[in-house]
Design a binder for this molecule. Structure first.
Ligand SMILES: NC(=O)c1ccc[n+]([C@@H]2O[C@H](COP(=O)([O-])OP(=O)(O)OC[C@H]3O[C@@H](n4cnc5c(N)ncnc54)[C@H](OP(=O)(O)O)[C@@H]3O)[C@@H](O)[C@H]2O)c1
Length: 378
């Protein structure tokens, strides 16, 4: 793979996987399962459930046939067909993880970590959301410090930079109890200035990996997020099993902060596509054409993007069930504008759409899906 970037994948074996597998062997991680081609921790699980003696003492597995229509219980991959029962000893060996933030994204991420066999300690400002995870096996902490105590990795999935900083610092902050050999994985979308500030905070205490994610609540539920990770190469083996549990791919970038840079760029693209679709649907309707005709026509040509079409369909159907809420998309567009300003470039489209999104938010659509941006015009 080109310099500066490594992709890890749990899916069908590709050339990328072959290269990664070589890397995993070099760093002493599990090798691929010969039957499934899975790599990383998934391979580890597959090897065990496919009859090869368990490499982790204390784990036991039972095979079950899933009843018709029943969804598999594992995060992803062919291991879906297996029930894996983790003993307490095996959980400890897998690692202890704190998840700070049990919102739309943090909660499914915590559930996938639990399914993958991690010992998970959760904290959320509004305690009820964390308590909902107790039934899945999580320990519910009263403070970030209590959650982070004795963990190998502490993961932050909070609204913005200020919320992350508040959870990590102060007398009840996670940094007061995180062991010095632990890693703080920052997965919220906080932009560049906050990422730099948070990395500096970590510097004095623990390892830091900047790892925002791409993908909304549904991919999070399925353990299929794209993890955009950047940070010290020595920390990668410690956090990769965790990324494998919550994500479909990990894109490793060498330069610190590049995870957050790429996240801003992707979300700026998402913003422009969404607003472009909203305005084009408005124009289509104003010209007396059926918006379905627009969607069908662009779907049949190179003009169609799966994302824009999905948002267009939601706009036409007035279905604003939140996948990615407008208020987060609005925050990210602001962060992109701020980053552009620091580099002395202009983003006229982003600047313009923010004004319109402010109108949609003021009409009460902040918690709706970003597709509700179309309501600025109505
Ligand atoms: N949703 C998506 O599709 C998506 C996709 C990719 C990335 N992201 C990013 O991931 C992050 C989390 O997103 P989400 O969708 O999970 O958000 P969410 O459901 O709105 O949850 C936000 C979390 O932050 C907490 N929080 C907010 N302000 C706080 C403060 N001042 N102090 C402490 N905690 C605070 C909330 O606690 P309470 O429960 O007490 O309010 C909640 O745990 C955001 O940065 C978002 O941009 C979201």
């Amino acid at each position: 793979m080109a310099g500066g970037m490594t992709m890890t994948c749990r899916r069908p074996f590709s050339e990328t996987d072959r290269l990664l597998t070589r890397d995993l062997k070099d760093c002493g991680q599990p090798s691929p399962n010969p039957e499934t081609g899975h790599i990383g921790w998934s391979a580890f699980v597959c090897q065990e459930v496919s009859g090869v003696p368990a490499a982790v003492p204390g784990r036991r597995h039972t095979r079950t046939t899933l009843p018709p229509g029943r969804q598999p219980s594992h995060g992803a991959g062919p291991c879906y067909q297996e029930e894996c029962v983790m003993t307490e000893q095996a959980k400890t060996e897998k690692g202890r993880v704190a998840v700070l933030g049990c919102g739309v994204m943090g909660a499914p991420m915590a559930r996938n970590l639990l399914r993958a066999g991690f010992e998970v300690r959760v904290w959320n400002r509004t305690r009820e959301k964390a308590e909902a995870l107790a039934g899945h096996g999580a320990f519910v902490a009263s403070t970030p410090a209590e959650a982070a105590s004795g963990t190998d990795v502490t993961l932050t999935m909070l609204a913005d930079g200020a919320a992350v900083e508040a959870a990590m610092t102060g007398p009840a902050g996670a940094l007061t109890t995180l062991p010095s050999d632990a890693v703080w994985v920052q997965m919220s979308t906080v932009g560049l200035s906050a990422t730099q500030r948070l990395a500096r905070l970590a510097d004095e205490h623990v390892g830091f990996v900047d790892a925002p994610v791409s993908g909304s609540s549904e991919p999070a539920e399925r353990g299929e997020l794209l993890v955009l990770a950047s940070g010290g190469p020595t920390l990668r083996p410690q956090v990769q099993p965790l990324f494998d549990a919550i994500g479909r791919h990990t894109l490793w970038l060498d330069r610190p902060g590049d995870g957050s840079r790429l996240k801003l760029v992707l979300n700026n693209w998402l913003a422009v596509l969404t607003e472009g679709m909203a305005e084009t649907i408005s124009l289509t309707t104003a010209l007396g054409l059926d918006p379905d005709l627009l969607l069908k026509t662009i779907a049949a040509t190179p003009l169609g993007s799966a994302y824009a079409l999905a948002k267009g369909r939601a706009m036409v159907n007035n279905d604003f069930t939140a996948g990615f809420p407008l208020h987060h998309a609005n925050k990210d567009a602001r962060l992109a504008l701020e980053a552009a300003g620091l580099e002395r470039i202009e983003l006229p489209l982003t600047e313009a759409l923010l004004k319109r999104w402010a109108q949609a938010i003021s009409k009460g659509h902040g918690n709706d899906d970003v597709a509700a941006a179309i309501n600025a015009a109505h």
